[in-house]
Ligand binder design. Structure first.
Ligand code: ZN
Length: 75
């Protein structure tokens, strides 16, 4: 896998952040900006982070029936 591709985001690595309590979610394009892994809505520290590669496509779905569904795929 090549990591030398320029994508305009500098060296930042994108991460997807999901709170397991209130299902707040966000995509951060620079994980260094997440200085404390805590939900900004409910303050819960039980959040999940998923790294997102520049060549990955990402989909987030939430339904009461199925809960949180995350889909990853190559573009
Ligand atoms: Zn929360």
């Amino acid at each position: 896998m090549s990591s030398s591709e320029s994508n305009g985001y500098g060296s930042g690595e994108s991460v997807f952040v999901l709170c397991e309590t209130c299902h707040w979610s966000a995509t951060c394009f620079d994980k260094s900006r997440i200085d404390s892994e805590k939900c900004v809505i409910c303050g819960n520290t039980a959040i999940s982070t998923f790294p997102i590669l520049p060549n990955e496509e990402f989909a987030f779905n939430y339904s009461e029936r199925h809960g949180v569904e995350l889909e990853f795929g190559l573009k």
